[in-house]
Unconditional design. Sequence first.
Length: 289
Amino acid sequence: MEERQATRWPSLSALPAGLLLCACLIVPALLVVFISFFKSSFAGIVWVPTLGNYRHLLTTSTDASLLGKSIWIGIEVTAIVLLLGYPMAYWVASRQSRHRHFYLLLILVPYWISYLIRTYAWYPILGTNGVLNSILLWLGILSAPSERFLFTQFSVVLGLIYVWFPFAVIPIYLALDRIDRSLLEASADLGAGRVETFWRVIFPLSASGTVGGGMLVFILTAGSYVTPKLLGGPSGLMFGEMIADQFGATFNWSYGACLAVAFTAIIAVVLLVVGRRIGLKEVFFGGEA
């Protein structure tokens, strides 16, 4: 009797969290899927089932190309962030334990400032009279200020790299920090050099953190809205802005829901593909070293 009561209480204690999850996540998600199969008008939703929204998405080259562009930018930003973040995480993990937290703090300190302020800070850096143009003019690389640094895809990619950088560094650092140092000593005892030890021991054992950080950066980048809106201009338009415009400016909620469902489906496919190579549990929670 006592064992039955003990197993029953955990289920009851999880009920409020389950109801909150259902109310704040599952129900809204199902509602978005539901209204994507209807049309919108200035009067609201037209409750006549249709596949027109998905047909329009597949047949309209502009919308499909924008989705492909956002996915490509997500891949591009993820690759650059991992190339920059892995050496940084490796360097921090190789420091003495009493210094690691200080270096991690230095990485995270800028993110104590408002997201909008950090995004607007690129204006005086990339603008025509900004720091970057001034340096290039002083070096003689440019003869006149360039307008290609701000309100372009370049500024969007640069801003996204800066914004999501810690989301790759921290998971990689945690994966590196979990590696048993005796494995490195064993590799050295077997005659492996530092480079061989890295490629055969350290890098494979840190793969879960690398893939996990990369997936986080990719998902956040592909669905970004604020950074492309502020730094991109017309040429930096991304899929997240298009979804937001459907719910705001054009008041086409059903098509906006269709775009959101399509984007979520693509992200789910990416997760499933990654999960076939490395278990999702290992990616996001790490495996035992």
